[in-house]
Design a protein around this ligand. Structure first.
Ligand SMILES: *[C@@H]1O[C@H](CO)[C@@H](O)[C@H](O)[C@H]1NC(C)=O
Ligand SMILES: *[C@@H]1O[C@H](CO)[C@@H](O)[C@H](O)[C@H]1NC(C)=O
Ligand SMILES: *[C@@H]1O[C@H](CO)[C@@H](O)[C@H](O)[C@H]1NC(C)=O
Ligand SMILES: *[C@@H]1O[C@H](CO)[C@@H](O)[C@H](O)[C@H]1NC(C)=O
Length: 405
C-alpha cells in the first residue's frame, strides 16, 4: 500500500486498520526523516543531486522505493537483500545469530552485506566525484545504491528481517484486534498504525523547533515523528545516541595502519559518533563489519528481540504451535505490488489465531517504546553513515559550531 492510501484511511479516523507492507512505507519514511534531521548541512545538497531531485528534496519519498521495484524483473535479484535469515535462533532460548548452520541463503546476499556493499559503492563514487571523474552511469549507480542504502538501514531495524524463523514471521498467522494478519505485517505496519492513531493531541501542533519542523512534510505521521524526536531522541535516548554508533574496535595489525577521524556531527549540536576507517572484522562470519560501519554488530541486539518479545511464547505451545502456513513470498515482506490491500469495514467473526492486541503483547511493546526506539536507531545510524560518506568536514566552519536546541 502506498502511503497516500494509509493517510486517507487514518485521516478518516475510522476503525479501519490499514495494511501497510514492508516496515510499511511509513516505517521507512520515519527512519529517513529522522535521518534527514541529523545530517550535516553539507550533505543534503549532495544527496538531492545524486537523487536527481527537481522539486522539494526529501529522503522519505525514496525510502520505500526498494520494495516497489522488487517485483520488477530487473530487480528481482534484490529480493534477498532485504533480510538475513538467521538459522538456529529457534527455540528462543538459544537465539543464535547465527548458529552452527550459519545463515540461510547465499553467502553475502543479505541485508547486512547489502548495507556494506551499497556504502562501498557510494564511497567509491565520492572518490571519483571529488576527482571530477564520474560518468553518467556512475551517477545512476550511485542513485540506486543510495536508495537501497536508505531502505536497507530501515529493514535492518525490523527484527523480523533478521530471522529465518517462519519466513521472517510471514508464515505465522495471528490476530490483531480480532483481525487476521501475520506476524510480519503486524510489525511492518499495524503496530505503527495503532501508535499513529493514538498519539497524544499535543503532537498535532508544530514543535518550537525548526530543526524538526522543516523536515516534516504535512503527512499523517508528522505527530508521530514529533513524538519520537521529542520524547525519544531528545528525551529518553539522548544519552544513548553515541552508543548506537559504536562498533567493536578490535586492535589488530591492520588497525594500526588506519587513521582516525572524529568530528562533530550535525546532530542537534551533539556528537553522534567518532569513526575509525579501518580493517574489516568478520561479524557473524559475514565480513560486513569494521570499526566504522558494523551492521552485524548493530543487528545482533535487534535480532535478539525476536526471542525476547517478537515471537510470543504462546506460539510455542498448543494450540498455536501448529498454526503456520506457507506464504507465497519467501520470507521477505509482502511486496506492496502483489499484496492485496486488506482492510475491513466491519469486524469479522472471531478467528482461531492468537490475539496480539493485548496488554501483554502490543501493550508491552508500546510501553517499552520498542518500535519507536528501532526507528530512532535506524534514523540516527543512517544519518551517521550518510554524514560519514558525504559530509564536507574540512570545508565547513560549521563543523565547529555548537547548535543547541
Ligand atoms: C557484496 O560484495 C561482495 C564482494 O564483491 C559480493 O560477493 C556480494 O555478492 C555482494 N553482496 C551484495 C548483497 O551485493
Ligand atoms: C505532550 O504530552 C505528553 C504527556 O501526554 C508530554 O509527556 C510531552 O512532553 C508533551 N509534548 C510536548 C511537545 O509538549
Ligand atoms: C524459497 O525458499 C526455499 C527453501 O527455503 C527455496 O528452495 C526456494 O527456492 C525459495 N524460493 C524463492 C522464490 O526464492
Ligand atoms: C574547532 O575549534 C577548536 C578550538 O575551539 C580548534 O582547535 C579546532 O581547530 C577547530 N576545528 C575546526 C575543524 O575548525
Amino acid at each position: 500500500m502506498r502511503f497516500s492510501q494509509v493517510s486517507l484511511i487514518l485521516a478518516a479516523g475510522s476503525t479501519i486498520i490499514p495494511y501497510v507492507s514492508a516496515w510499511g512505507a511509513v516505517g521507512h519514511e520515519v527512519v529517513a526523516t529522522v535521518a534527514q534531521m541529523h545530517l550535516h548541512p553539507s550533505v543534503m545538497p549532495i544527496l538531492c543531486d545524486i537523487l536527481n531531485y527537481k522539486g522539494n528534496c526529501h529522503l522519505a519519498p525514496v525510502a520505500a522505493w526498494a520494495d516497489k521495484v522488487r517485483g520488477l524483473p530487473q530487480y528481482r535479484w534484490t529480493a534477498p537483500l532485504h533480510y538475513i535469515g538467521a538459522t538456529d535462533d529457534y527455540p528462543s532460548e538459544t537465539c543464535a545469530f547465527p548458529g552452527e548452520k550459519g545463515w540461510e541463503g547465499r553467502r553475502n546476499i543479505n541485508v547486512l552485506s547489502a548495507i556494506r556493499n551499497t556504502t562501498g559503492v557510494l564511497e567509491d563514487y565520492m572518490d571519483l566525484r571529488k576527482a571530477g571523474l564520474t560518468t553518467e552511469s556512475d551517477d545512476d549507480a550511485a542513485q540506486v545504491a543510495l536508495k537501497f542504502l536508505i531502505h536497507f538501514v530501515g529493514d535492518m531495524h525490523m527484527p523480523l528481517h533478521l530471522t529465518g524463523r517462519d519466513k521472517g514471521g510471514n508464515g505465522i498467522k495471528v490476530s490483531f484486534d480480532s483481525r487476521v494478519t501475520n506476524l510480519h505485517s503486524l510489525w511492518d505496519g499495524l503496530l505503527i498504525a495503532k501508535r499513529i492513531r493514538t498519539i497524544p493531541s499535543n503532537y498535532t501542533r508544530p514543535l518550537p523547533l525548526p530543526e524538526v519542523e522543516t523536515h516534516l512534510r504535512g503527512t499523517i505521521y508528522d505527530p508521530y515523528i514529533r513524538r519520537i524526536v521529542w520524547e525519544g531522541i531528545m528525551g529518553k535516548y539522548e544519552d544513548e545516541l553515541d552508543s548506537w554508533l559504536t562498533c567493536p574496535a578490535e586492535p589488530s595489525v591492520q588497525s594500526l595502519q588506519t587513521h582516525w577521524e572524529q568530528w562533530l556531527s550535525w546532530t542537534f549540536g551533539r556528537r553522534i559518533g567518532s569513526w575509525l576507517m579501518g580493517s574489516r572484522l568478520t561479524g557473524g562470519g559475514l565480513n560486513t563489519d569494521d570499526e566504522t560501519l558494523c551492521p552485524y554488530h548493530w543487528a545482533t541486539p535487534i535480532h535478539a528481540l525476536n526471542c525476547q518479545i517478537v515471537f510470543p511464547k504462546a506460539l510455542d505451545e498448543p494450540p498455536y504451535n501448529r498454526v503456520s502456513f506457507s506464504g507465497t513470498d519467501n520470507h521477505t515482506c509482502s511486496s506492496s505490488n502483489n499484496t492485496p490491500e486488506v482492510h475491513w469495514t466491519s469486524r469479522p467473526r472471531k478467528n482461531p489465531y492468537l490475539e496480539l492486541d493485548t496488554p501483554e503483547y502490543s501493550g508491552a511493546i508500546q510501553d517499552a517504546w520498542i518500535v519507536e526506539k528501532l526507528m530512532s536507531q535506524g534514523g540516527i545510524r543512517l544519518a551517521a553513515i550518510l554524514n560519514w560518506l558525504f559530509a564536507d568536514m574540512e570545508g565547513s566552519i560549521l563543523s565547529n559550531r555548537t547548535w543547541r536546541l
